[in-house]
Design a protein around this ligand. Structure first.
Ligand SMILES: Nc1nc2c(ncn2[C@@H]2O[C@H](COP(=O)(O)OP(=O)(O)O)[C@@H](O)[C@H]2O)c(=O)[nH]1
Ligand SMILES: [Mg+2]
Length: 374
């Protein structure tokens, strides 16, 4: 006979063992699923269990310019592209989310596209440049062009023997702003592979362009190698004489000429960094100027760079107030850098050495830009 006491103890024992068995198998089941999820993650997406925390997104500013970053690059430039783009995102674009347009005369590889897409949440588009905008035109006399290249190689002119470099300079001078992927935008910020951005930017330079009606922005300016542009200024003077109505009053001629336009002082804005108004390049004056230069053939018979061509265009066809020096954008493209000084340095938490600053080095043209407003 079981006493009531023994009966209670037996029931309790049964309940406890059942609970133990159930809880063990439940835990075991949980562990098994998390192990399989982990191995799925390790072999699949490559993320870590701890990555499951999703922090709130940085708020994106609501007022924006109609603008994009634009980068011309080869597939082989990928690592340098990542270097530049990561800094663009960290210093500025994570708060602003401007899109990117990548351009190349060859299709971008899947690897290129995938790696670029990992760096930003903003829209990214990849464009293929039409052959005729990248190749030496058929009306260029190749014998004359190759003799010029050989002569430049003999004289150690940088990129003197390169046809691709000339294609690139001609494309940047006259075709980048005509790419269909850029049609929908008004402003652009040009970025090159392997550059540095040193300072946090808490305002939007693209909106500054719009709000202050600027057409061209730069950070570094310097003198061009004379050997690359022997007849560029003669061609420019011929164009100016034939089209006096295209030059507005109050332009920045003084930045590029010390004698009222007779000679070119070789000053140019360094075009590896540009923030600009695409409509300015698309406009009548610059378009006519580019077509005129292109017909002269100096992109191939000499080695006219897009930096002097853009700079002469901006200095002649824009008003001087429409050209902006971005003092607070700390920037380096080897071998020169603009490192903001004093308050601007502190405000941007810049990481460049303030003593390494090209602004008023002897080879810089910034003093001539300053002189426009003195
Ligand atoms: N797609 C393409 N991009 C080029 C080519 N050559 C130069 N670039 C790009 O044009 C820009 C200027 O070229 P870079 O080699 O940096 O010239 P540098 O700054 O004058 O020394 C960079 O954005 C390059 O990635 C080319 O043959 N194809
Ligand atoms: Mg470069």
């Amino acid at each position: 006979m079981m006493t009531p006491m023994r009966y209670v103890v037996l029931v309790l024992a049964i309940v406890l063992s059942l609970h133990f068995i159930l809880s063990f198998s439940h835990e075991d089941y949980g562990r098994a699923t998390s192990i399989s999820r982990l191995s799925e993650q390790l072999t699949g997406s490559g993320s870590h269990p701890q990555d499951r925390y999703v922090p709130p997104k940085t708020p994106i500013q609501s007022r924006k310019a109609n603008a994009t970053f634009v980068m011309l690059a080869r597939n082989g430039d990928l690592n340098g592209v990542m270097v530049s783009m990561k800094q663009v995102e960290d210093r500025f674009n994570k708060e602003f989310q401007y899109p990117y347009v990548f351009l190349n005369e060859e299709p971008f590889t899947e690897e290129f596209k995938q790696r670029v897409l990992t760096i930003t949440d903003a829209k990214v588009e990849f464009g293929l440049i039409p052959k005729e905008q990248w190749t030496q035109p058929s009306w260029i006399d190749e014998a004359r062009a190759s003799a010029a290249r050989k002569d430049m190689v003999d004289h150690n002119v940088i990129y003197g023997g390169s046809v691709p470099y000339r294609n690139m300079c001609r494309f940047n001078s006259g075709f980048f702003y005509r790419q269909p992927l850029l049609d929908k935008y008004k402003y652009y910020w040009r970025v090159e592979p392997d550059v540095n951005f040193f300072c946090d930017l808490h305002y939007d330079p693209l909106l500054l362009m719009q709000d202050q009606k600027k057409v061209y922005g730069f950070t570094v300016s310097l003198y061009e190698y004379p050997a690359t542009i022997p007849t560029l200024w003669d061609a420019t003077k011929e164009f100016m004489n034939a089209n006096p109505g295209l030059l507005p009053e109050g332009n920045a001629l003084k930045f590029i000429s010390d004698d009222g336009g007779d000679t070119y002082n070789k000053c140019h804005f360094w075009s590896n960094f540009e923030i600009g108004d695409l409509d300015f390049w698309r406009g009548e004056a610059y378009q006519k100027y580019f077509d005129f230069l292109d017909e002269k053939g100096g992109f191939y018979y000499e080695r006219w760079g897009d930096a002097p061509v853009h700079s002469i265009g901006a200095a002649l066809f824009a008003k001087k107030e429409e050209i902006h020096f971005f003092n607070d954008i700390g920037y380096r493209h080897n071998p020169f850098q603009h490192c903001p000084q004093g308050e601007a340095h502190k405000k941007g938490k810049c990481w460049c050495n303030p003593q390494d600053n090209f602004d008023y080095e002897w080879y810089s043209c910034l003093k001539r830009y300053d002189a426009l407003f003195q």
